[in-house]
Every structure is written in structure tokens, then in C-alpha cells.
Design a protein around this ligand. Sequence first.
Ligand code: SF4
Ligand code: FES
Length: 152
Amino acid sequence: MTDSDVPAHWGRAYTAPDITVYFDLHRCIHFAACIRGLPQVFDPKVHPWVQADAAPAGAVAEVVRRCPTGALHYTLTAGPEEAPAAHTTVAAVQDGPLFVQGDLSLTTASGTINETRAALCRCGGTQNPPYCDGSHRQIGFQAEGIKPQDQE
Ligand code: SF4
Ligand code: FES
């Protein structure tokens, strides 16, 4: 995939020689799998918060694939692209969204997009449907589910 093929919804690009990391703030609900996985790359205390060249590109890509919401994506200069999970999985987060992984086709306000990972709203309060935007916390949504760290 070349830079011009990257979907607009992937968000801001952080470029290093071997990898470009993309981040969509509106889909990040701060489960912090990225920060725990590679704190030298994903560090909200520095600017920019993604230092894409601070670890080997393969390691950065592996941590990006752990982002359960799809807020993070990547392209590797030498490939390959991220492949969707072989089986589609859905997991309900306690008091929060549905984590979905697989070969996804999502209908959004700006059209149908292909995805590999997404956090979908199940509280009804999101301002960014079909994605969770963290509003479940403000409205006090309560429902059974897994702890987020159990999924990451
Ligand atoms: S893993 Fe994804 S959702 Fe979690 S803090 Fe990082 S970018 Fe945000
Ligand atoms: S579940 Fe997070 S905004 Fe609805």
C-alpha cells in the first residue's frame, strides 16, 4: 500500500524509514495497550506522542495490531500489510463497547470502509457512530462484559 492508498480515516501519520504509524484520535478510548506494549514509541508525555523509529518496525507493527479500537494502523515500507484475523471475533467490554476483529465492512457516515479492528458503541451515546467515543463513561453505562485488559 502506498501513502496515497491509505484510507483518510486512518488519521495522522507518524513516519519513520521502515514504518508509518497512523492515529485517529476520535477512535482512541485509552485502553493503553500501545503505551504498555512499547512505551518508548507511544508516549503521551512527549511531542509527537508516536516516535515510530524508537523500536524495530516489526515490533511497532505488532503493538499497533494490539490496539483493540482501530485507532492505530500502520504501513511497512517493505510490507506486508496487516492481514485481518482469520475468524471474526466479538467481545463485549464491561460497561463499554464491543471489540470486533476480522475482515470487517463497516457502514459509517462517510461511507463503507474495510477494517481489521474496531470498538463499536453498545451504549447508544456515541457522537461518532458506529464507533465508541468514550461516551459510555459520561452517561454511566453499565453492562456485563470482559475487563479491557483481558482482551488486550
Ligand atoms: S491501544 Fe489504541 S485505543 Fe488504546 S490507547 Fe493506544 S491508540 Fe488508544
Ligand atoms: S460504548 Fe462507548 S460510547 Fe457507547
